[in-house]
Design a protein. Structure first.
Length: 168
């Protein structure tokens, strides 16, 4: 009578191979997941800025986009929330009681993402251009060596460029 099944040696070899594959593959999967989180935040930022430009042209009003911590006040660095609003009194704080209209509030996906800007807010004018000077937003993740910079031209258009985040 013949018995079917695996021998102990065959099971140990299979488990050893699976262990090696897991040891080699898991760090790569984590990096892919982290990169996907960063890409999602970059796409979110780009869509909010694009929507702000479009809204400014459609409504013939200045639209402010900025990063905020908790109190709906624009800050230059380390904001975790992206605001898009019409700032009637130009104080860079969302005050709906003073006529400001908040269009969107977007929270970033990861607390490990570091965002730095060269200005505390971006204002799209009614013709779609940026008020003031050209701006940029740098986005880095704490566990990745590369990130992106979103660069804004005076025309209001934006482009993304890869950057080295290891020095940040």
């Amino acid at each position: 009578m013949k018995q079917s099944g695996f021998t102990l040696l065959e099971l140990l070899v299979t488990l050893s191979i699976l262990s090696i594959l897991m040891f080699v593959g898991l760090p790569g999967i984590h990096t892919l997941q982290t990169q996907a989180t960063l890409d999602a935040d970059i796409n979110l930022l780009r869509s909010v800025f694009f929507s702000a430009r479009q809204l400014a042209v459609e409504q013939h009003k200045d639209i402010t986009v900025c990063f905020s911590a908790e109190n709906h006040q624009c800050i230059e660095n380390s904001g975790t929330t992206l605001l898009m609003f019409m700032d009637e009194n130009n104080d860079h704080i969302v005050n709906e009681s003073q006529g400001d209209e908040l269009f969107t509030t977007q929270n970033l996906n990861s607390s490990a993402i570091k965002i730095t800007t060269n200005q505390p807010y971006f204002i799209y004018q009614s013709d779609g251009t940026i008020a003031g000077t050209p701006g940029s937003v740098k986005i880095c993740h704490s566990s990745l060596d590369t990130g992106k910079t979103i660069i804004f031209a005076m025309s209001g258009r934006m482009r993304a460029q890869s950057i080295d985040c290891s020095a940040h």
